[in-house]
Design a binder for this molecule. Structure first.
Ligand SMILES: [Fe+2]
Length: 365
């Protein structure tokens, strides 16, 4: 049996917030607009949302407090402000951090629980409706039911999800992603690629998700010539945002695999941006996958219009040429942390201590 879960209406294209603003019209009477510090304003997305909310006579409070890789205390503060403001719906504008904080706040506004309970299946009441506007092209959070938060006690990032957390509408206007510099564009593009790739090879892969994953990965490889350089065209930004949305739809079905779990260790402990962390580990991960899945990866390479099975590694190595340099103690700790992650069960390879250690040793480079 296969089921495709997707409860978000994606609206895609230039000016979509202003032109399809009526989709927000029935959202409620009072919005909490949750953003980070920079991109919502700089991209023009916040101005567009203000215009729509005013047009439909919806009052609002802007809470520009979502931090990068938001931790539980951060979402608790945001939720408290949204609740005090009497919000009946939430609009999240920004990268994955702002949208994930918005989703978590939507849950905390209606469920009287401490933030650490979010990971314990304790969402009883329906969260406030969420509307999402991405300003990066990578997370796919605008079309997923997940929120990924930093958990200090566990020293990593953890995700939780619920079908009721799918944003009602995702407004995807690639012009909002123009504020990203090259490094963030590359890192987030790789995050989207890793969602599509991991969803494709996951033990939870589905036929429909596979079709979306292939399309998303094709766009990533077609965009590489510009991602290698300094200048990203408007056309490529548009394509990358689309690819990121497709990859988000993929992980809504499949979740991610061990690559994400390993990447989280680097983000939490070393501050390496999420997509880059995955990119730095990708080649070694791919080499381990090839041992048991060579035929599947050959098939994938063919479908992507690439040559040899090693070609994805070569291309990605060129995007992230730097080598990880971790001390033995660090590596051992990250291996132990990774071994506790449930995503290992969905990874189509036997990932024991030595295998994971080899990946952190970056044997693919
Ligand atoms: Fe990701």
């Amino acid at each position: 049996m296969e089921c495709f879960r997707m409860l978000t209406i994606p609206v895609i294209g230039k000016n979509c917030v202003l032109e399809k603003g009526e989709l927000l019209g029935g959202a409620g009477k009072r919005a909490a607009v949750i953003t980070g510090k920079f991109s919502a304003v700089a991209s023009g997305a916040l101005d567009d949302i203000r215009a729509v909310l005013e047009k439909f006579d919806i009052s609002y409070t802007v809470i520009a407090k979502a931090e990068n890789n938001p931790h539980l205390e951060n979402v608790a503060v945001i939720a408290k402000e949204a609740k005090e403001a009497g919000a009946d719906h939430i609009i999240g504008i920004g990268g994955g951090s702002a949208m994930d904080a918005a989703k978590a706040a939507a849950v905390l506004c209606t469920n009287d629980i401490s933030p650490d309970m979010l990971f314990k299946d304790s969402i009883k009441a329906d969260p406030l409706p969420v509307y999402a506007i991405p300003t990066t092209a990578g997370t796919g959070s605008e079309v997923t039911p997940y929120s990924v938060l930093t958990v200090k006690g566990k020293e990593t990032k953890l995700s939780f999800g619920d079908n009721r957390m799918f944003p009602r509408v995702a407004f995807l206007d690639h012009r909002y992603t123009r504020t990203m510099g090259r490094a963030t564009t590359v890192d987030t593009a790789f995050d989207a690629f890793s969602h599509a790739f991991e969803g494709y090879i996951s033990k939870r892969a589905t036929r429909t998700a596979g079709i979306l994953a292939i399309e998303s990965m094709k766009i990533f490889f077609a965009s590489l010539p510009e991602l290698y350089g300094e200048c990203i065209s408007e056309k490529v930004r548009e394509e990358l945002l689309y690819a990121s949305m497709l990859a988000g739809m993929v992980i809504s079905q499949t979740g991610t695999t061990a690559l994400h779990s390993m990447g989280y260790a680097l983000t939490y402990n070393k501050g390496i941006p999420h997509g880059r962390a995955n990119g730095l580990l990708f080649c070694a991960y791919y080499m381990e996958l090839m041992k048991e899945n060579r035929r599947k990866l050959e098939e994938l390479t063919k479908k992507l219009g690439l040559g040899e099975v090693e070609e994805p590694m070569e291309k990605i190595k060129k995007l992230f040429p730097e080598k990880l340099d971790l001390g033995m103690e660090e590596k051992e700790k990250y291996v132990e942390d990774t071994l506790k992650q449930k995503s290992l069960a969905y990874t189509p390879a036997k990932l024991d201590h030595d295998t994971i250690l080899r990946i952190f040793e970056n044997k693919g480079k």
